[in-house]
Design a protein around this ligand. Structure first.
Ligand SMILES: Nc1nc2c(ncn2[C@@H]2O[C@H](COP(=O)(O)OP(=O)(O)OP(=O)(O)O)[C@@H](O)[C@H]2O)c(=O)[nH]1
Ligand SMILES: [Mg+2]
Length: 394
């Protein structure tokens, strides 16, 4: 999102300047009388991803527009945002309605700070004042974004440290710069071709293990033309086998159920012509040591394997750690983050990945098969962190 300040003798004049620069869909946050600036001040927002260096380089703001970019938005789902268009009455003060996300609150708080600052901006320096170098300016912008996303302070510090090294020579979009600054802080997973042939999906109950397994089965067998077999060890939850059996039917893949380590061994032999064997497991309480041990014993006959820990992006940091600790001994090799669509706050998950050093391989972005799954790259994580939360006006 881009937020800028425009001045004019009348609201219409200031709005015309805003539309010229930001396009017809820009949104008026605030309109106020500013006689010392020649009439009226508008604070206007628009969708888009600014080149932060470009904005930071402006040593002196134009008389009519003072750039105060808050963050970038590149989400393909950006169209979901419901911003009031500027062809609505411009002097209607926006009031926040139902947005419950604390991120939204913080972002709005950032915008409010800009608005408050504008009350005495004749005296106070703006964010793009001459004394601010491009790299300082950029660092402040991204620090605000990371804080709003609730990335833990020590992880933020590491990312900003990288940014400080990159920024003086860096160029490009906010997403590209943040992606480079995440390097070495947030480990990402191995590509499919480098992984072991058996993929086991473990995690707490209801996080999306079976759905994610089916998405990956569809991707491996469809796009990548691999021979894929499915094996269910979930013999506890009613309907669990039927769920995976249905996916196997839809995808036309061989499917087995195993009730014991011996049956696991038998299934491995029967499906030995497959390039990949994807193994579904029952939801397991990470604090239930007995259930964890039972599952580990059942998995023992499986040859060299990739064990994905599946966790929901909506989980608190303490519970993410509790799961990582409970499943640690399997051993877990990579992480899959599900329900990324259910939160605008990705900072907790990013903090967890940075602290645990568990490489994050995929993000599930919805319940739909097979599309709601993204292979994780630093570019993708930067995009998630920079996407703006939904902002709604009454
Ligand atoms: N919004 C959203 N829903 C998801 C996502 N992944 C899975 N779901 C939904 O979450 C619910 C649980 O998914 P499952 O795949 O059955 O979860 P599970 O971990 O296998 O559950 P158990 O086997 O009972 O432990 C289902 O309604 C899925 O459609 C996601 O990324 N986003
Ligand atoms: Mg399941």
């Amino acid at each position: 999102m881009i937020v800028r300040r425009y001045f004019g003798q009348t609201e219409e004049e200031a709005l015309q300047k805003a539309r010229q620069e930001l396009g017809p869909d820009c949104v008026v946050f605030l309109s106020k009388k500013r006689p010392e600036k020649g009439g009226i001040e508008l604070i206007v927002a628009a969708e888009g991803e600014p080149d932060l260096f470009e904005e930071g380089r402006r040593s002196k703001p134009a008389a009519s527009a003072e750039p105060t970019e808050i963050a970038a938005e590149t989400s393909p789902k950006a169209s979901r945002r419901k911003l009031q268009k500027t062809d609505a009455p411009i002097n209607r003060k926006p009031s926040l309605s139902s947005s419950s996300s604390s991120t939204t609150g913080r972002w709005i708080e950032t915008i409010r700070r800009e608005i408050a600052r504008s009350a005495y901006s004749a005296e106070a320096p703006t964010l793009s004042a001459p004394r601010s170098t491009p790299s300082q300016w950029l660092e402040r912008r991204l620090e605000e974004v990371l804080e709003a996303q609730e990335v833990a302070p020590e992880v933020r510090a590491q990312i900003l440290e990288n940014l400080r090294r990159l920024a003086p020579k860096g160029q490009g979009s906010a997403t590209a710069l943040l992606a480079r600054a995440l390097h070495g802080v947030v480990p990402v997973g191995r590509p499919e071709v480098q992984s072991a042939p058996v993929w086991v999906f473990v995690g707490p109950s209801g996080v999306g293990k079976t759905t994610t397994l089916a998405k990956l089965a569809a991707r491996l067998s469809g796009t990548l033309s691999r021979r894929v077999g499915l094996l269910s060890l979930d013999v506890y939850r009613a309907g669990a086998q039927e769920q995976l059996a249905a996916y196997a039917r839809i995808l036309n893949l061989p499917f087995r159920v195993a009730y014991s380590p011996a049956e696991v061994q038998k299934a491995v032999e029967e499906l030995s012509n497959c390039d990949h064997l994807l193994v579904d497991t029952p939801g397991c309480n990470p604090r239930d040591a007995e259930a964890i041990l039972r599952l580990r014993q059942e998995l023992r006959p499986l040859p060299r394997r990739e064990t994905f820990l599946i966790l929901s992006a909506t989980t608190r940091l303490g519970d993410l750690w509790s799961a990582a600790t409970g499943f640690y001994d399997f051993p877990v090799t990579q992480l899959i983050l599900t329900k990324v669509d259910e939160t605008a706050l990705l900072g907790t998950a990013v903090t967890f990945v940075a602290q645990s050093r568990l490489p994050i391989a995929y993000c599930a972005t919805g319940p739909e098969l097979p599309d709601d799954l993204e292979t994780v790259s630093l570019q993708y994580l930067a995009h998630l962190l920079l996407r703006a939360p939904d902002v709604r006006y009454a």
